[in-house]
Structures are given as C-alpha cells and as structure tokens.
Design a protein around this ligand. Structure first.
Ligand code: ME8
Length: 526
C-alpha cells in the first residue's frame, strides 16, 4: 500500500527587530496544531519556523540598540526560538536567514532567476516603507496628520533613489492569473483570494529586488555593492529549509512544493504574488497553498509597542496555563477572521468549555470508576442504543476533523469535538450511573465503560491542541504512550486495566479581568 504523501508546513519567519508577542505565537501555534494532527494521522511532516534577520528594519533596530546587527540578531532570534519552544511547538527546524545555508540558497535562486532572463539592472526612484520592507506607488499613499506620506498599512514611507536590480514582475501577471485559476485552493480564505486576484488583474509593476544604500543583507552574486531585497531573501527560506539549491536531495524531492505557508493577512501579497512569481521564474514549483489568518487586537485596540498593549505570551501562560491558551487562541476566532483578545472572553471560555464541559466530564467519570470499579477499566455488558449513539458520534469525529484541518478551520473542528463532549455529558445525566450503582451495577459498568471510550476518543483527538492536558487524560485512562495515534482510535480500552488516581485537569478562573486566577479545579467528584 503506498504511504501517505509527506507534508511540509511553514510559518512566516519573524523580523528580529522586536520581542515576540501573542501574534507571532498565534501563527506558529496554528501550524503546530496542523503538524501534530497530521503526524498523529500517520503523515511524515516537516514543520519549519524561524527568523528574518536582514534588511533595513533590523539594521535600524540593531543600531538603535547600539549593537552590531549580527550580535543583535543572535540575541533576538534566540527569543523567537525560545517562544516556539515555550508554546509547546513541535517545529522540526528553526531557520535563520543569516545562516550560511540560507545565504547560499538566496544567491542560488537569484542566479536561477537571472539566468532565465527575469532580472535586469536599472535604478529605483520611489517610496519605501521600512516598517513593511515594501515599495509603494504614489497612488497608494495617503497623508498623515503631520503631512507625512503613509502607506495603506499605516507605515510611514520615505523617498528612495538608488541603483537597483529589478525583477520582471510585470511579465508574470498572466502566468499568475492562470496559476490562480488552475489552483483554486492556492489562496485562502476566499475573501483574501479575491483581493489578490483583483490586485493582480489591476496590473503588476516590475519589482526592485536589490538595495545599495545599506549593507545588511545577502550580497547580490557578482555585484556585492547590492544586497538582495529582504523579501526575496526571506521568502527563499522556505526552500532553504528543504535543502535548496540541492533540488535532487531527498529532502527537496520529498517536501517541495510546500503544502501550506501559514501567514498573517498583512503579508499575503508577498506570499501569493511575489513568491510564486519568483519560483516560477527560477523554474521551481510554487507552494500548494497560502492561508492568511486575521489580526488580533487587544481589548479592541491595535496591538503595538507604542500603545503599550503588547500581550506577552509568557504572562498569559503564567496566568492561565499553556494548553488553555492554545485552546482559546484557536477556538475563540473563526480562523481567518480578525479577533479581539479580552480576559473576560478568555475566562468565560476556559470555565465553560474546558473546566465545566470537558474537565467535569472526565473528572466525574474517572472518580466514579475509582470509587466503584476497583480503580480499573470497567467490564462492559451489551450496548444499548444510546451507548451506540455516543460511541458512533465519537467514532465519526476523525473524518470531520480531517476536513476541518485541511481547510484550516480550527474553530469548526473544535466545535465538532465539543458537540461530542456535550453529548457525553447529557448521556451521563440520563444514564445516572451513580443511581445504577445500587440498582444495576452491571449496567453501571457498561455506562462507565462507554464513557471512558468516548473520553479516550476525545483525548486522542484533542492532543494536537492541548498535548499536555490530553496526555494527562490518557494517562489517567491507562492508555500507553504508544497507543495514542489516530490509528489507535479503533483499539478499545481493555477491561480490568488498573487506573491511577484521577486528578483534575482544567482549572477554573475567576471572571474579574484584573484578577483572573485559578479559582479551584473542575469536577464535582461524584
Ligand atoms: O512580516 N495578530 O515578519 P513579522 C495576528 N519577516 N498575527 C500577528 C499579529 C497580530 N496582531 N502580529 C504579528 C514579517 N502577527 C516578515 C515575514 S516570511 C517569508 C517574512 C504574525 O515579524 C502574523 O503571522 O512582521 C504576521 O503575518 C507575522 O506575525 C508578521 O511577522
């Protein structure tokens, strides 16, 4: 039987001009959930994240800190690496654009594009926003309150005039439109795809792809007075990560083209227009899909250092725990939409969905088993229709989740899981195993077995989102670590297996925004 096709997932590589915040954690987390889901589903996954370390923005930040750019990027890149680890991300590699492997790859793609006749030397005179590392046309700009020119992103632009190499982007308008038409899933969500399409239909200008007014970048091959435009260098990280320029390598043939570049909506244009054009010009295949997720605001305000409302993932996790934060970020907002972060919404969701719905279910069932079934997996008798219904709905979840994950619709996947959590709670109330204990102990054993099986499914399937908590539930059900993949969903619990003492999984929090803190743990302990 042929194996499943390998999967390659990437996050943006983050600028090292600043400390990482919740927005960066969000994108990497979304990719991590997909990577974990696919691995549990038997796929060979390569998951890449990293840092974007060249360009004027980073150069300026290093100068402002009074350090040379290399020392500066070493330090800040370390902070991003530490954040991915802290958020429990399972990336297989962490790329830095200052690494020799990446400089070699960037120069190689430059040479390939040049050799194919898509780069020429000219001079650039126009507007540039250092914050976005992007060129803008006069017609895109508006006037700021102090008379300064402002890009659509809100960044200030400055006038740049210098010799520059250009990429013949104008020639790629038609090939790009054909590519989008042939690959309707290339850009998601749909509204973003339409934005890109209308932008490209409006016509494309050739793109300046080198700079001469500063030196912090990858030198242009054979013309070191120029450094490569930071976006050409940065986008190339996705192929550096799988061994480019060695296109014959196992790594490259296995993982390229990437299945998914996960990005924020702010950088879709670079990924959906420039990147496939660069790749096609170099004779390489474009990635299969780019998903642009929405933007988080904080209690209604844009998150920015100058406003002073940056949300630190460290502070959040210290207050609420890692898995609750992972859950909240992917559950709160339909993935793709913008979302507003608020402690109130967070506390409500953690209390109602984690502590009350899921935590209470697990705690009730496991403590009844501990007390009434000799702390061992109960022995089931014949199944009633309601037993079969609950088990079937848990059994069907994987198919639903595969669809949601392939569409990057995390909230939908979680809704489907929680529909089963709620059905299991309704089942407990209707079957009332605490009453059966006296009237029909054999039936009580069946009910508790059915519930344990439902919980086992729920825990196996929530591992991608909440690896630690789901793992602890599986520990408490006596499921060995080697029996937790989606293949093992079909292998039922063995009656009589001794179980450890149950312990609560999800804490409850008080609702006051300022004082949100654990207020006890889930479970009525019946
Ligand atoms: O753009 N809400 O790096 P960057 C949601 N180096 N996501 C957010 C966010 C927010 N408030 N703030 C940031 C760059 N992000 C380039 C990328 S890729 C070849 C080069 C996330 O440090 C989101 O994923 O500015 C966004 O696209 C990314 O961080 C921008 O990170």
């Amino acid at each position: 039987m042929p194996g499943k096709t390998p999967i390659y997932l990437t996050t943006p590589i983050y600028y090292v001009n600043d400390d990482p915040h919740i927005g960066h954690a969000y994108t990497t987390l979304a990719c991590d959930v997909l990577a974990r889901f696919k691995r549990l589903d038997g796929f060979d996954v390569h998951f890449l994240t990293g840092t974007d370390e060249h360009g004027q923005k980073v150069d300026k930040a290093a100068r402002a800190a009074g350090v040379d750019p290399q020392a500066f990027t070493d330090k800040v890149s370390g902070n991003f690496r530490a954040l991915a680890e802290f958020m429990g991300c399972s990336n297989d590699d962490f790329i830095r654009t200052t690494e020799p492997r990446h400089i070699a790859a960037s120069q190689a793609i430059w040479r390939a594009i040049l050799a194919n006749g898509h780069i020429y030397l000219g001079s650039y005179a126009g507007w540039y926003a250092v914050r976005d590392e992007a060129f803008y046309g006069e017609s895109e700009l508006t006037q700021g309150s102090a008379g300064q020119k402002i890009a659509p992103s809100g960044a200030e632009v400055e006038w740049v005039e210098e010799p520059s190499y250009f990429f013949r982007l104008s020639a790629w308008q038609e090939p790009l439109l054909t590519f989008y038409a042939d690959n309707p899933d290339f850009i998601a969500p749909e509204t973003r795809r339409n934005e890109v399409l209308s932008f490209v239909r409006g016509g494309l200008q050739d793109l300046s792809v080198s700079r001469t007014s500063f030196a912090w970048g990858v030198p242009v091959p054979d013309d070191p007075a120029h450094v490569m435009y930071v976006w050409l260098d940065a986008l190339t990280n996705y192929i550096t990560g799988v061994g480019y320029p060695d296109t014959k390598s196992d790594m490259f043939s296995k993982y390229w083209p990437a299945n998914l570049h996960m990005v924020g909506k702010d950088i879709l244009r670079f990924h959906a227009i420039y990147w496939p054009a660069f790749l096609m010009a170099a004779g390489l295949a474009p990635p299969k899909r780019v998903f642009a997720h929405g933007w988080w605001t904080n209690e209604g305000q844009k998150i920015s250092k100058s406003v002073g409302n940056v949300i630190s993932p460290y502070a959040l996790v210290a207050r609420y725990g890692l898995d609750p934060i992972r859950y909240f970020l992917l559950r709160e907002v339909p993935f793709g939409n913008d979302g507003d972060f608020s402690h109130r919404a967070l506390v409500m969701r953690l209390n109602s969905e984690l502590a009350n719905d899921f935590g209470n279910l697990v705690q009730r069932v496991l403590s009844m088993i501990a007390r009434n079934c000799d702390a061992a997996v109960p022995e089931p008798g014949p199944h009633s229709e309601e037993d079969t219904q609950l088990l079937d709905s848990a059994g069907k979840l994987l198919v639903t989740l595969r669809r949601s994950m392939d569409a990057q619709s995390f909230h939908e996947g979680l809704e489907a899981i929680w529909a089963v959590v709620r059905a299991a709670n309704v089942y407990v109330d209707r079957q009332a195993p605490w009453s059966l204990r006296k009237t029909d102990p054999a039936r009580m054993q069946t009910v508790l077995y059915v519930l344990s099986e439902a919980i086992r499914h729920l825990a196996i399937l929530t591992q991608p989102i909440m690896p630690g908590s789901a793992g602890r539930i599986l520990d408490q059900l006596g499921v060995p670590e080697t029996a937790r993949t989606f293949n093992h969903l079909a292998i039922c619990l063995e009656p009589g297996t001794k179980l450890p003492n149950p312990a609560p999984i999800f804490p409850r929090f008080v609702a006051d925004a300022e004082q949100a803190a654990p207020a006890g743990t889930s479970g009525d302990g019946r």
